[in-house]
Design a binder for this molecule. Structure first.
Ligand code: HAM
Length: 420
């Protein structure tokens, strides 16, 4: 070990486990790529005010969890705690919304940073794959996104996840509800900090995990009873489309999300094998966010799925992904001349699309064969002076143990045929 360790709340992805992370990212992205979503990448840091305004001044993310920094040039930046505000900022900056092709559908994959108290499933550096559909108000778009996330999780073989669904209303009906909720909450027996929260962000109080708070919340006014007709009809349409698509969800009137930009449809994917950090993904509509960050009105919807927690969910269900061995052929040269020849063959095999590795460092046969075994390669190519003198190499099937001489010029074709 060196003097240094990974910072608190972070961990390294190393082989072979890292292959699972790649496979999870691919599986989540796959349905997006075939549904009209284009890939977007934004910087790992942004103007701190983008998140303060976008995610919300009263959220835990902005008040407690942001990694902020002042650059040498005096700019106030923050490591991105989430992707939505950045993606919308980038879309606006590039005028994607003006290209006349709404919604603008984008997907992304990357690292996010929150200074949270670390525990299993909760890290200070974590990874998300997300999708945003910008500029269109259409319940089918909300439904599409939920269906695609459901599809992604099913393709991974996950079964023990649930979809929680709610509507948070819009700028017409939510303020009315907010006042009714505040009036109710002000009469409760709550600590100072929670009292402050009633005034800034009363909906978050509903999300308080403490039993003594939850106990007092029975009888609290429910947003459901305050939704305006337009929001009700919209939500009903989303629900029907999901049902028609065969997606099972649960109505959860108490679902409030930790970010302020949500309107109308909100949802969370929770997994029952993860303990307290059960949310594997979440999202919803954010019809007002564009205006909050200085853009035009652009009703939008999106989600982000947590890669780290999805991997934990796979573990909880005992699912091992079928990750193909990274190496199909392992080349073992015996002697200096064989080294030259086999190294050339390795390049040829790779050009032909065969995943190939080589015994570097001039080890003896025994050590090299050990590495060949560890690599998981199906075939080993061994060659010494005598083989080369006969114009060939030995091709060993690592499963059956059978070995045969193959002419140098035939090797690529023979290996390809056998692997096919
Ligand atoms: P979020 O619910 O804050 O939403 O994060 C989405 C997912 O990221 C969570 O469900 C969880 O799986 C993962 N995640 C969040 N924080 C951590 C952490 N500290 N450690 C490990 N995993 C974590 C958003 O970020 C929104 N931008 C989603 C969205 C997209 N809404 C609309 N569009």
């Amino acid at each position: 070990m060196s003097t240094f360790q990974a910072p608190k709340g972070t961990y390294d992805l190393i082989p072979p486990d890292s292959a699972t992370y790649l496979a999870v990212r691919d599986a989540i992205a796959a349905p997006l790529r075939t549904s009209g979503y284009g890939y977007i990448e934004t910087p790992g840091f942004e103007d701190v005010n983008l998140f303060a305004r976008g995610v919300g001044e009263s959220t835990d993310i902005v008040t407690k969890e942001m990694y902020t920094l002042t650059t040498k040039g005096g700019s106030e930046l923050a490591l991105r705690p989430e992707g939505t505000a950045s993606v919308l900022r980038a879309a606006l900056e590039a005028n994607l919304h003006k290209a006349g092709n709404l919604p603008v559908k984008l997907w992304y994959s990357g690292s996010y940073y929150r200074y949270e108290r670390p525990q299993k499933g909760r890290y200070r550096h974590f990874s998300q794959v997300g999708a945003e559909a910008i500029g269109t108000e259409d319940p089918a778009l909300d439904a599409e996104l939920i269906i695609l996330a459901d599809q992604a999780y099913r393709s991974l073989g996950l079964a023990r996840f649930r979809i929680l669904l709610n509507s948070l209303g819009d700028k017409e009906c939510r303020p009315v509800y907010r006042e009714a909720l505040q009036a109710f909450l002000r009469d409760l027996d709550l600590d100072e900090e929670t009292r402050r929260r009633i005034e800034i962000n009363p909906l978050r109080v509903l999300d308080d995990k403490r039993a003594e708070v939850q106990k007092q919340l029975t009888g609290a006014p429910l947003l459901r009873d305050f939704l305006c007709d337009a929001c009700k009809a919209y939500h009903e349409e989303v629900r029907e489309l999901l049902t028609e698509a065969g997606v099972v969800y649960e109505d959860d009137e108490k679902l409030v999300r930790g970010l302020d930009y949500y309107t109308r449809t909100t949802f969370e994917f929770v997994h029952d094998g993860l303990g307290s950090q059960s949310a594997v993904g979440g999202g919803g509509r954010y019809d007002g966010l564009s205006e909050m960050i200085g853009g035009p009105a652009l009703p939008s919807v999106g989600w982000a799925l947590g890669v780290d927690r999805t991997v934990l969910a796979l573990e909880a269900e005992g699912i091992g992904l079928d990750v193909p061995a990274p190496t199909s052929v392992y080349a073992v040269p015996l002697g200096e001349e064989a080294r030259r020849v086999l190294f050339g063959l390795v390049t040829e095999l790779r050009k032909a699309g065969v995943a190939t590795d080589f015994a570097f460092g001039g080890r003896g046969l025994k050590g090299a064969m050990k590495s060949a075994n560890r690599s998981g390669a199906r075939y080993t190519v061994v060659a010494g002076e005598r083989d080369l003198a006969e114009g060939g190499v030995q091709l060993k099937d690592m499963e059956s143990g059978e070995q045969e001489a193959v002419a140098l010029g035939d090797l690529v074709a023979v290996v390809q045929a056998r692997l096919a």
